[in-house]
Design a protein around this ligand. Sequence first.
Ligand code: UTP
Length: 281
Amino acid sequence: MINFALIPVAGRGTSLLPLTKSQPKEMLPVADKPIVQYVVEELITCGVNRLLFITGNGKTAIENHFDINPELIEYLRLHGREDELAELAFEREAAEYCYMRQRYQLGLGHAVLCAAPFVGKQSFVVALGDTILGLKQRSMIVQRMITLYENCQHIDGIIAVDNVLPYEIDRYGIAIQGRTIDADGTFELKDLIEKPAVGSVQSCLAVAARYVFSPLIFDYIKDTPPDENGDIQLTDAIRRMLANGRKFYGVTMNQSERRYDIGSFESYFKAFADFAAIAKV
Ligand code: UTP
């Protein structure tokens, strides 16, 4: 059973400056928790508890957040502050936390490639550290993807997708659907188009920040040329695999599994407002 995930958190977060000048985007609060804590809790709920963060310059707050802080625990216990103590329960989740650095921020594909020597020959999950899935309940899509992957010996990866509005497709990687595998929204992936012009493709299925990969992806990332901004894109590596006859499936998020991709102030404020509205205060 796949229980290992890479969580890339090394990006510059330039879209949220000045907020992200000296604090990681993935540590921004959404109501009462930082973004990346939601990601970790979702993965653990899906049975994925070996977590390798790909961090970078200025991201040590993430490591500190998942460390156990015995002094703080002792202080809260001594003062009988049980409610606050309960808020630190996530520190004791049965998970292994590992960290490695992406020394040059050369794009998401490159961030994933950094982990190749540690991943070895196992298949693994990639969960982007700046995207929360699920509002009132945690999304179980990663578990569905793992089950599907393990039941289909002949595929090299699975991507999660989410339905977006037709005028929003130019903000996302858009999946082009091939053969339907299951009426629940599982399909064979035909192609991926990065930020297509509105109206240029029929599909509204946006790539939704969760993936399952066989280790073969590393061979393809290695040979993927950087884009015009110098970034090695994960999407380009997947496209090259598809072009080479490799098989990927897409799994569509349920209506109840809300996606919050914290990539702009608009999406950040929306996420904060939605989570604050249901937070216990
Ligand atoms: P994004 O491209 O959305 O994040 O990457 P970014 O680069 O931080 O954003 P902007 O464009 O500068 O505002 C999605 C995820 O991949 C990670 C990011 O940390 C984010 O969680 N990432 C991105 C890396 O780990 N390394 C990279 O080189 C790029």
